[in-house]
Each structure stands twice: as C-alpha cells, then as structure tokens.
Design a binder for this molecule. Structure first.
Ligand code: NAP
Length: 334
C-alpha cells in the first residue's frame, strides 16, 4: 500500500488529480474523498475509497496519512490549519488562501509546528520547458536577466463565474510565482494597465497588462487575456545581457489542409500542463511520505497573495503599488 491520501473537493481539478493519483502515478492510494456536494464526492470516489461527510472528519481520520485540497480558495485556510494541527502533509491547490491575514495565520501555524507540511499547487515549476529555461538563466552564459515577458492566454472563462478581479487574484498568481522562481528574484511592486477592452468577454475587464517590478530591477510584463478564443497559450521570454531565452512552442501535430499548414494549440491548462501536474505530484508523494513538503511553500503562496492584493490596488490607483512583506521565517529559507 502506498501513501494513503484523502481528497477535499471533487470538482474539476479534484477529479483530474484523482485520475492522476489512481491511474498514472504509483506509491499512492486515494483512500478518502469529501465535497460539499456529497453526491459529487460519491461519484468521484475511486473503488474502495471512503466518502466523508466533512473535511474535518477526513483530515482527522486515522486512515488518511496526507491530504490534497482542491476545494474553493476561500475554504483553504480552515482546511490547511486543520491539516497542520493534525501534523499531516498537505498539497493545496492555488490560491493558498484569499487574504494576507489568512496567509499569515497559516504561516504562523506551520512555523509553530516546526516543519514544512504544505506544498502549494504552482505546477509550472515542475514543467520541463520552464525547468530547461531556468537552467539556461541560472547557467549564466546569457548574462544577467533584464526583462521577462510572460503571456497567459485562455480561450474562454466561465461567463458570470469569472469576475474582473480574477485575472489579478486567480490567474496572475501563476505568472507571479513563476517569475520569482525563474529569475531567483522577489517582487517589490506592481503596476496594472487596462488596454482596450475585448468584446469577446461581455462586461469582463479583459485583457490586462501587469508589470512586476523585481528587487534586482528586472521588469516582468504579464499579458493576461482570458477570452482570446483560439486556445490556451502560455509563453515566456527572458531578455538577458547577451541573448534571449524563451519557452519553446509546445510540440503539437502539424496539420496541413485547405486552410494551410498549422499547429494545434492546447485547449486548456489540463492539456498544456498535464506532465507538470504529474511531476508535481510525484515529488509531493515522496516528500509527504517522509512527513514533510517540498516545492512551492506557504511563503510562496503568501507572496502571491500580496502580489494579487497589490495588483488590485494598482487598478484603482493606476500607479506603482508596493508589496509589504513580513520577514521570511527561517523555515522557508533554503
Ligand atoms: P470546482 O470545479 O468548483 O471544484 C471545487 C469543488 O470543491 C466543488 O465540488 C465545490 O463544491 C467543493 N467545495 C467548495 N468548498 C468546499 C468545502 N469547504 N469543503 C469541501 N468541498 C468544497 O473548482 P476547480 O476548478 O476544481 O478549482 C478548485 C481549486 O483548484 C481552486 O482553488 C482553483 O483555483 C484551483 N485550480 C488550480 C489550477 C492550477 O492550474 N493549478 C487549475 C484549476 C483550478 P460546490 O461546487 O458545491 O461549491
């Protein structure tokens, strides 16, 4: 028997992670599930898994050694605190939490526990294209990075459910986290510009242009377009002193037909990052099996939350908004 895992939240990504943990990866068993919607939990439960009536009971169960949180972001804080109190390793989908105060409460609890237990679902850090790009930057042959362009395009988002704040407090968190990791740098301030509005998304404020000012002076510009119709397109290009390094175009089938020659584009995040999600869980299973966590931490989730908050302020102020971080606890210094 592998690591015995309980899943909280069996919606879209919860079901995808259940598939991954039961059909793709080894060394792990999904032994428990729960969801506010009990019927959804029951239909998503793999054979033999118990369906719990609450996250609290799942986390407290002796049969569960480690937890995967795939519930709505606003529910994460309570569930994370319960996992830390129980001393159980936990993988938490992004966002870590939805406010600075909540991030600090989770950080305080983990620091008091004295060992990392939480890994946050920033899967781009596990993507082989991003890892190769980072190796080039870290190798130093191109000199210091000066600018980074991050493009985050979605074909569409659910109308009515995805609000005008979400490019900044839901989508930007991935670009913010990967910028810090890729450049080994910290975000000091954020600016936001709102270009001409696309008619594709109705009243939605889209697209959004964000500028992240890094401690080193590097400027990251992030294009977030969430209704761009043609597909899910993630790009990244780092301009350095002696050259440029970029993510490759994802290899895809080349189609030749009466419209010309073209390459297919991933439909959504599940397709584009399928291998990255697998790898993040491979590494999580090993760390959780050792009673701890690796990869993106509560600190990383905290900084993403601060970045989102600063970006939301910058929409209103239309000027540069600073991030005011607490001192990094020793637990998160590597
Ligand atoms: P979803 O389809 O709405 O699924 C969330 C599920 O959790 C729903 O079944 C929901 O029930 C349930 N739930 C909500 N609050 C709960 C609680 N307190 N206890 C137990 N169950 C609860 O959403 P999703 O797209 O799967 O997203 C889930 C999380 O993953 C979000 O934090 C999202 O940001 C994150 N995510 C990350 C990525 C990534 O790239 N890493 C991609 C997609 C999503 P109801 O529907 O009844 O509320």
């Amino acid at each position: 028997m592998g690591l015995k895992v309980g899943i909280i939240g069996t919606g879209m990504i919860g079901q995808d992670h259940i598939r991954r943990l039961t059909q793709v990866l080894s060394g792990v068993d999904v032994v428990a599930v729960t969801d506010i919607d009990q019927a959804r939990a029951a239909s998503a439960a793999p054979e033999g898994a118990a369906v719990f009536d609450s996250p609290h009971n799942l986390i407290g169960s002796e049969s569960v050694e480690a937890v995967v949180i795939c519930s709505w972001g606003a529910a994460h804080e309570e569930q994370l605190l319960a996992c830390i109190e129980a001393g159980k390793p936990v993988f938490c989908e992004k966002p870590l939490v939805t406010s600075e105060a909540a991030a600090l409460r989770v950080m305080e609890a983990e620091v008091a526990y004295g060992r990392r237990l939480v890994q946050v679902g920033f899967m781009r850090r596990f993507d082989s294209d991003y890892r190769r790009l980072k190796a080039v930057i870290d190798g130093g042959t191109l000199g210091a990075p000066l600018m980074y362009r991050s493009v985050h395009r979605n074909a569409s988002v659910p109308e009515g459910l995805y609000t005008s704040e979400m490019p900044l407090n839901d989508t930007l968190v991935h670009d913010a986290d990967i910028s810090r990791w890729l450049l080994s740098d910290e975000i000091s301030a954020v600016e936001v510009r709102l270009p001409r509005r696309s008619t594709q998304g109705g009243d939605l404020r889209d697209p959004t242009l964000v500028m992240l000012h890094m401690d080193s002076g590097v400027i990251v510009d992030v294009e977030i377009s969430v209704n761009i119709a043609y597909g899910y397109d993630i790009r990244g290009e780092v301009s350095c002193e002696r050259g440029v390094a970029a993510l490759p175009n994802r290899p895809a089938t080349v189609i030749s037909d009466m419209h010309g020659i073209r390459q297919a584009i991933p439909e959504d995040w599940r397709e584009r990052f399928i291998e990255a999600y697998d790898q993040e869980f491979r590494e999580w299973i090993i760390a959780a099996g050792n009673g701890t966590a690796a990869g993106p931490s509560v600190w990383d989730g905290y900084v993403s939350t601060l970045t989102a908050d600063a970006a939301l302020r910058a929409v209103v102020s239309q000027s540069r908004e600073m991030l005011h971080k607490v001192e990094m606890p020793a637990l998160y210094r590597v």
